[in-house]
Every structure is written in C-alpha cells, then in structure tokens.
Ligand binder design. Structure first.
Ligand code: HEC
Length: 230
C-alpha cells in the first residue's frame, strides 16, 4: 500500500514535468533574442517584401505579426537560401541596379529573430505607417516600347531598363542585343521567372543601342517592354 503511494506520487511528478516541457516546446516559444517583429523585422518587410506580401499584393501578407508569425520558419529559410525577395533573373547577365537583395545584416536579423523564438515586441516600436511604394516602379509617362520575338531597331535608342510584360509562368529566356558590328551584348536572362515576381529591371547605366541592332531571345508568345531613357 505504502509502496503504491510512493510510486504514484513519483509518476505524477514525472507527468507534471513532461507537461511542463511540452508547454515550453509547443505552447509558447522560449524567447532568447532581443530582435522583435515590431522593431527590426517589420522594417525589413516594409522595405523588401511589402511590394508583394501585402493585402491585395501578389502574395500572402506579412505586414502584421499575426500574419507573419506562422511563416517565420519559412521566412528564415527563404531569405537564407536567397529565394526571397525573388529577382526572377540570373545575376551577372546584364548589369542592374537596385536588385532588391537583402544585405547580409538583414538576412542575419531575420534568421536570428526566428532562432530566438520570433517575438512580437511592443507596438510602440512600430514604424509610422507609410504608403506602400512599389520599389523602382516604372514612372508614369515614361516612354516604353513593347515587342515580341526578334526585333530590329530602326532608330538608335537608349535603354534604361526592361519590364517583362506578358510572359508565361516558369519561363526562362535570355535577351541579347546583337549590335551592327556583330558583337553581342547580354541584356537580361529571365529565370526562374513567374508573373507574380514581375518588376522592372533597371540597368545600372543606360544602354545605348545603335540603329540596326537586333534584340534576340524573346519568344513570339511573350511581350517585353523596353524602358527608354530620356
Ligand atoms: C516580387 C514579389 C515578392 C517579393 C518582393 C517577396 N516575395 Fe515572397 N513570395 C512571392 C510569391 C509570388 C510567393 C508565392 C510562391 C512563389 O510563387 O514562389 C512568395 C512566397 C514566399 C514564402 C513562402 C515560401 C514557401 O514556403 O512556399 C515566404 C516565406 C516568402 N515569400 C517570404 C518573403 C520575404 C521574407 C520577403 C522579403 C524579404 C519576400 N518574400 C519578398 C513574391 C515575393
């Protein structure tokens, strides 16, 4: 009788201990970081994710803690693998500015925030609400020239960028300029590209193309817009 008593006290203690552990592991995360959503992470989301990840954007919203928290682990993975924010083109083929990539510091902040339990922080740290500005959008009234398939320039022009227009999902193609002297200039290699990733590609410096240049590589079924420099 006495022995059973001791045994059941023992198992109760064990059960209580397990329940406690479970609570820590699954109930609420242990917070081991000072980085918070409201102070650091929302600012990164605002600068680099919001153009797509917002209410009415091309992907699910990450703009509030409640919306972002279920995605924390995936956010860490996507930024560490450099899959987000998506560029949709091969880097080093053509020279572009504002490639939207996160800095190593920003990647570390996201990764450490998630490792440390992805805490919310305090609303007082939230940035003032700013109107969402799609990064590097094509300015209103800028001159554009749409084309499909190979395209020969009848006039010289100065390109400031390229905007994919009508392109099937998961497309991959290289756009090159064949200059009249026979030299080939790489312009843009879309890959892996999805319409939901659409954004203008702005060249680091405007690209001058003489009359007679042939632009090659765009499929007949696709349309791209040349963004012309003034
Ligand atoms: C140019 C648009 C765009 C930007 C900018 C962008 N995303 Fe995405 N993201 C998408 C789209 C579209 C999807 C849906 C899946 C797909 O098509 O790849 C997605 C999917 C995701 C996913 C889910 C991946 C999975 O597990 O399926 C995560 C997490 C994510 N994005 C995080 C981010 C973060 C963090 C940023 C900013 C640092 C960011 N994204 C910036 C367009 C974008």
């Amino acid at each position: 009788m006495e022995r059973r008593g001791i045994q059941s006290i023992f198992s109760w203690a064990l059960l209580a201990g397990l329940a406690n552990l479970a609570n820590v592991a699954w109930g609420h995360d242990v917070i081991t970081t000072k980085i918070t959503f409201d102070r650091e992470i929302i600012r990164i989301v605002h600068a680099r994710c919001e153009s797509c990840h917002r209410e009415g954007g091309s992907a699910f919203s990450l703009m509030t803690y409640d919306e972002a928290r279920p995605w924390a682990k995936a956010m860490q993975e996507e930024v560490l693998e450099r899959r987000m924010p998506p560029w949709g083109a091969v880097k080093g083929f053509g020279e572009f500015r504002d490639d939207q990539a996160l800095t190593p510091e920003q990647i570390e902040l996201v990764a450490d925030w998630v490792e440390g339990g992805a805490p919310e922080g305090e609303p007082k740290d939230l940035p003032p609400v700013a109107a969402p500005v799609p990064p590097a959008a094509v300015p209103h009234g800028s001159q554009q020239l749409a084309f499909s398939g190979d395209y020969k320039l009848l006039n010289s022009l100065k390109l400031s960028g390229i905007q994919p227009q009508k392109i099937a999902g998961d497309s991959s193609f290289q756009i090159t300029a064949e200059l009249p002297d026979g030299s080939i200039q790489p312009l843009l290699w879309l890959q892996p590209y999805k319409p939901a990733y659409s954004h203008p590609f702005w060249f680091r410096r405007p690209v001058s193309l003489p009359r007679g240049t042939v632009l090659r590589g765009v499929p007949q079924t696709a349309t791209v817009n040349l963004l012309l420099a003034r």
